[in-house]
Design a protein around this ligand. Sequence first.
Ligand SMILES: *Cc1c(COP(=O)(O)O)cnc(C)c1O
Length: 406
Amino acid sequence: MSSNYLENNPDEKGFFGKFGGSFIPPMLEEPFAKITQTYNELKNDPKFIEDLKYVRKHYQGRPTPISYAKNLTNYCGGAKIYLKREDLNHSGAHKLNHCMAEVILAKHMGFKKVIAETGAGQHGVALATAAAYFGLECEIHMGEVDIAKEHPNVVRMKILGAKVIPATHGLKTLKEAVDSAFESYVGQADTAIYCIGSVVGPHPFPMMVRDFQSIVGIEAKEQFAEHENGAMPDNIVACVGGGSNAMGIFAPFIDEDSVELYGVEPLGRGEGLGNHAATLTYGEEGVMHGFNSIMLKDENGDPAPVYSIGSGIDYPSVGPEHAHLKDIGRTKVGLCDDKEAVDAFYKLSQLEGIIPALESAHAVGFAMKLASQLPKDKTILINLSGRGDKDIDFVVENHPIPNAKF
Ligand SMILES: *Cc1c(COP(=O)(O)O)cnc(C)c1O
């Protein structure tokens, strides 16, 4: 393992090993090259760093704490479980970490408008929040199915001043939302910028979003040491849709060989194409949405239909860096199905007083299985990517509250 992983990855063309890169229409090459160039300048610019630090501390609510989940630990009966509380970010998830930075970049480049896709609505809400704060227009594309399922987030985006455009083709979920947003962006790339919602898309987005999210891991390293006498976690667990919250907490630990890194994929209803979104587990190499990665393909080689109870993690590809880190054996992939995620959703709520997002509940569900197999002197740090307010109606309607007292 190279001792300088982050400095050496990606290469200047945006490749993490064979994954990543930029596969875009010729007309987008110049706008993307300009974004790359601006980002490379800005990331070392003291004013940019200062602006970002300021909003994180005084607006967003950073640093977010690490909580020891004592009751959940006792329940599982094994390794100690800690939670990095990204649910406590303003707007309810880790997404604001990259949205604030992307909008500062957009403003610096003179754009008037930000465009993006959203799955569960969290990226849309975070981007609408950042756009409102910095005074830019915001256009969000969202699958019709997700619009129905995540109604409160749709209302939040509209209240925040964003325009919400339904994606009405195909399965009407996250992949179609990306198609729709990309199409809209192509027509207005001179006045607007596409703010991708995860560590996916063409270069430089997987690198940029990782860098913006790495604050999660940087804080976690210091905070965890405070809890555990200067030690590092033995295991880090995060859910993986596109993979931004996972890359954020993994990044500063990649060179720490003693720390096991687990990305958890949604197994949905179980094995079989169309029942899950476990891309790294069942996928194969392929290009989609402008980057080369591991992808779930149908019989024609097109993106396969995917499913998960977590709307923010049902995506048929995955961030290229996750494909690379798995390829070189640095990360492991965990699985959590719908049922285990719902169980974890209620367990964390009833044992710790924290209602997790359904996406984050996948990390919790896998960590519970892992904890019960490990001795009590081992530790697990979960990235609790978001809070579950957006999911409560859907969960309660479909999965009755266990041990309901009323
Ligand atoms: C969007 C979202 C995710 C999935 O996105 P990643 O890029 O894979 O992190 C996970 N958890 C929550 C709460 C989200 O809003």
